[in-house]
Design a protein around this ligand. Structure first.
Ligand SMILES: Cc1cc2nc3c(=O)[nH]c(=O)nc-3n(C[C@H](O)[C@H](O)[C@H](O)COP(=O)(O)O)c2cc1C
Length: 435
């Protein structure tokens, strides 16, 4: 059986799945329930100066029948008193010594305030601290959250203050709302961070009520920008994870966050450099029970793939991320339609004709005959037809062999290496209308 245990900057966890700081980690009862059903760790809802939250906090994006593919919130940190949170955290760690208990913190940007909260947190017996430098709304207006995490000097300074007193590992949670996340990651490393977590939520306005013209979520006729998360943000999180994990100046462990809801998402995050994974929206949507699919799915797939441990999987995809200029210009593929699976919906034809490279021919409908056919000499292998096709494996992309060795843009523009011949049809729609 694959070994799912992790050691994250010294924090031990029975599996890599942690609840991210948020509504699911607001209380002892929730965290205990999560541990009972198999979650490896929790990052407690951010503790700080007591806050008053507004009523109406979330808005979401639906896509067809799929609800909440993206979630937006204007919730602030915990609105429970610090002492209550710390008391419950102490009890949680006492009752669940083998699970990872991390406390997310955010206080005003003063050295004494940080020293005080860090010491009080350590007294709970928690395994680690996560610094919330990412909250994109509400707290940043008070000089906290993203206001810290968007400025490398502030990040470095505050991590330094925390490290002056902390005896347990310090994780810095990064905001995606910056031009280049590696600047902030490096500042955290310089300040002495033991680990990073990313991403926090993305600045967003999720929609506007067209009857009232109030953006969502509506708080008595007004709204405010919030933080976006859930499945829709996964590609952004993966890109920022890959950039951070492959930065030679960032050699500390990373906890991946952002849109994780299946074991496949988890495997992809680990392959791009995460050691642990944090989940918030998927649990808000489906509950703690998704942990069964996450752990079973991941360990079964690891067994089938001969991957022995999380460490064995971590970063496997990173060497394959490169700059565009290093891609092989002589790698050619074209689309191929399995006519036995085609349902004749013509979506591929419409997409290619209007939205891509006019490389599909459409025939009048005759029973038993194909209605669409790839014009191979016009196909640039862009994948669009395969992406829009509603039938699994009906359209696949096939490699077109050629005698030319691989050549990158860099080599080609330096006169080093030749391009395989390309169809004259690539650059002009010379076929004209074909229906
Ligand atoms: C309603 C809500 C409240 C959140 N509160 C916090 C918080 O207090 N502290 C924090 O660091 N992150 C907070 N987050 C961000 C999550 O921890 C996580 O970074 C983000 O939601 C992305 O993960 P997901 O796509 O799995 O939801 C919150 C997210 C949501 C949806």
């Amino acid at each position: 059986m694959a070994d799912l245990t992790v050691n994250f900057a010294g924090i031990k966890s029975p599996n890599p799945f942690w609840l991210a700081s948020g509504p699911p980690t607001n209380t002892y009862v929730q965290c205990a329930k999560a541990f009972d059903v198999g979650w490896g760790g929790v990052v407690w809802k951010t503790v700080g100066e007591p806050i008053i939250n507004v009523f109406s906090r979330y808005g979401s994006i639906d896509l067809g029948i799929h609800r909440m593919i993206g979630l937006n919130n204007i919730e602030l940190i915990s609105d429970r008193p610090i002492a209550d949170n710390l008391r419950e955290i102490t009890e949680l760690k006492r009752n669940y010594p083998n699970n990872a208990v991390i406390v997310s913190l955010m206080v005003e940007s003063k050295r004494e305030a940080w020293h005080d909260i860090v010491k009080r947190t350590e007294d709970t017996g928690a395994d680690g601290i996560e610094l919330n430098f990412g909250c994109p709304h509400g707290m940043s207006e008070r000089g906290m959250g993203a206001a810290v995490g968007q400025v490398p000097e502030y990040t470095c300074n505050i991590v330094g203050w925390v490290k002056e007193v902390s005896k347990i590992p310090v994780i810095v949670k990064l905001t995606p709302n910056v031009t280049d996340i590696t600047f902030i990651a490096r500042a955290a490393v310089e300040g002495g961070a033991d680990a990073l977590s990313l991403i926090n939520t993305i600045n967003s306005i999720v929609g506007v009520d067209l009857n009232t013209f109030t953006p969502l979520p509506d708080v008595g006729g007004k709204s405010s920008h919030g933080g976006y998360c859930g499945p829709a943000v996964k590609p952004i999180a993966l890109n920022l994870l890959s950039a951070t994990a492959s930065d030679p100046a960032v050699k500390i462990p990373i906890s991946g966050i952002g849109g994780i809801s299946t074991w496949r998402d988890a495997a992809e995050f680990i392959a791009l450099g995460s050691t642990t994974l944090q989940v918030c929206t998927a649990v808000m949507h489906y509950g703690f029970r998704i942990i069964d699919d996450l752990t079973d799915g991941l360990s079964t797939w690891m067994d089938e793939s001969g991957i022995k441990s999380i460490e064995d999987l971590r970063g496997r995809a990173l060497p394959k991320v490169t700059k565009w200029e290093n891609l092989d210009l002589n790698y050619h593929i074209v689309a191929s339609i399995d006519q036995s699976k085609c349902i004749k919906c013509e979506l591929c034809w419409t997409a290619c004709e209007d939205g891509a490279h006019q490389a599909i021919r459409r025939y009048p409908r005759v029973d038993g005959e194909p209605v669409v056919e790839i014009i191979e000499e016009a196909c640039v292998g862009c994948n669009l037809c395969a992406l829009v096709c509603p039938v699994q494996e009906c359209i696949s992309m096939q490699q077109v062999p050629n005698d030319h060795p691989p050549v990158t843009w860099k080599q080609y523009s330096a006169g080093d290496g030749a391009l395989a011949p390309r169809s004259e049809h690539f650059h002009t729609a010379t076929f004209g209308p074909r229906s």
